[in-house]
Ligand binder design. Structure first.
Ligand code: AMP
Ligand code: ZN
Length: 112
């Protein structure tokens, strides 16, 4: 399958990893929107948040466990934001479920 984040998960495209376990990978965003900007993905392909089911939703819990571990490791005591963009109007540009983890600046609400 021609999926950028599957290729990153397989190590076929290089990334700057910040966290990895059997199910989840987190790496630095190539175009950071905050001083700290990491992309967290399930290693298996799920197209978007619209494709989460009872069969695969345990991976979402794994992603949030990873986020908490990353926050502790990276000492993000002041907080962080987690965003998933879904579909055209949601601003999704890569068709593999991913969560942006942003920190080290004041994050605007609502997102632009
Ligand atoms: P989205 O627009 O929500 O689908 O997010 C896709 C994100 O992937 C964007 O923030 C991009 O900067 C990021 N991105 C695209 N290609 C790469 C890459 N090769 N390595 C790291 N991040 C990437
Ligand atoms: Zn994929």
């Amino acid at each position: 399958m021609d999926c950028l984040f599957c290729k990153i998960a397989a190590g076929e495209i290089p990334s700057t990893k910040v966290f990895e376990n059997d199910d989840v990978l987190a790496f630095r965003d190539i175009d950071p929107q905050a001083p700290f900007h990491v992309i967290i993905i399930p290693k298996t392909h799920i197209a978007s948040a619209a494709e989460i089911t009872t069969e695969n939703s345990a991976l979402v819990a794994k992603i949030f466990e990873a986020a908490a571990a990353i926050a502790a490791e990276q000492k993000l005591e002041k907080g962080f934001g987690i965003v998933t963009n879904c579909g055209e109007e949601g601003g999704q540009t890569v068709g593999h479920l991913h969560f942006h983890m942003l920190a080290q600046r004041n994050l605007a609400w609502p997102p632009g």
